[in-house]
Write a protein that binds this ligand. Structure first.
Ligand code: TYD
Length: 211
């Protein structure tokens, strides 16, 4: 049976590098996707919610709903069919991001009830659907994440100011709160990428997931 594994963490956690290393290992034997996105329509929603500056002028509720809209689309057209075909699905981000960023980072904790309701409808309501089996969260102090982002010349600079540090501290707390309610494992992301990658492979192997 295929398993659904979500990889998550804050910017600078090295999550992208880890996804790339994993993809090199597993190749086409597993399905790799991302949120928001992963299907043509969900990628359109990604352009609206992530890339269009107008999204920043909208409400917290609206952004929250757009992330869930992209997720519903992804489940229907990619994740559920892949799991039914007994393939493993590895996703770069998932509902753990909505929980950490929208509820905690952006301080919309009033959306918790709606979060749980949408989780039920999107992941559990129909027999074809399934909630992620495991969330692997790449964890590190926001200050170190910030240093990494600043040192990466390919990335946009200067958007990680002091307010962002507090924001990402809340995001980190959000991931910990998420992990107290849903199945998650934290990996120390301050270590060298190869070491973290080995941990990921060991963790997956312990669940019977091998390339
Ligand atoms: P992206 O550039 O893909 O970030 P990364 O490479 O670090 O994954 O942009 C995704 C952004 O969207 C990221 O800042 C986190 C945010 N996000 C949310 O705020 N809520 C969500 O539900 C998801 C899936 C992502």
């Amino acid at each position: 049976m295929g398993q659904y594994i979500v990889f998550d963490g804050m910017d600078g956690s090295g999550k992208g590098t880890q996804m790339k290393l994993l993809q090199e290992r597993f190749g086409a034997t597993a399905v790799f996707t991302r949120e928001p996105g992963g299907t043509p329509f969900a990628e359109e929603i990604r352009r609206v919610v992530r890339d269009n500056p107008l999204a920043a002028t909208s409400t917290g509720l609206n952004n929250f709903l757009l992330f869930w809209a992209a997720r519903e689309e992804l489940q229907q057209n990619l994740v559920a069919p892949a799991l039914q075909a007994e393939r493993h699905v590895f996703s770069d981000r998932g509902d753990s991001s909505t929980y950490a960023f929208q509820l905690w980072g952006e301080q919309h904790r009033e959306l918790l009830g709606l979060f749980k309701l949408l989780r039920y409808f999107v992941f559990e309501k129909s027999r074809e659907r399934r909630a992620p089996d495991l969330y692997i969260i790449f964890d590190l102090h926001p200050r170190i994440a910030r240093e990494r982002v600043m040192a990466d010349s390919a990335r946009e600079q200067n958007h990680f100011d002091m307010r962002d540090l507090e924001y990402y501290q809340r995001v980190r707390e959000g991931f910990h709160s998420f992990a107290s309610q849903w199945p998650a494992v934290f990996l120390d992301a301050t270590r060298p990428p190869a070491e973290v990658h080995q941990d990921v492979l060991d963790l997956l192997a312990s669940r019977g997931i091998v390339p």
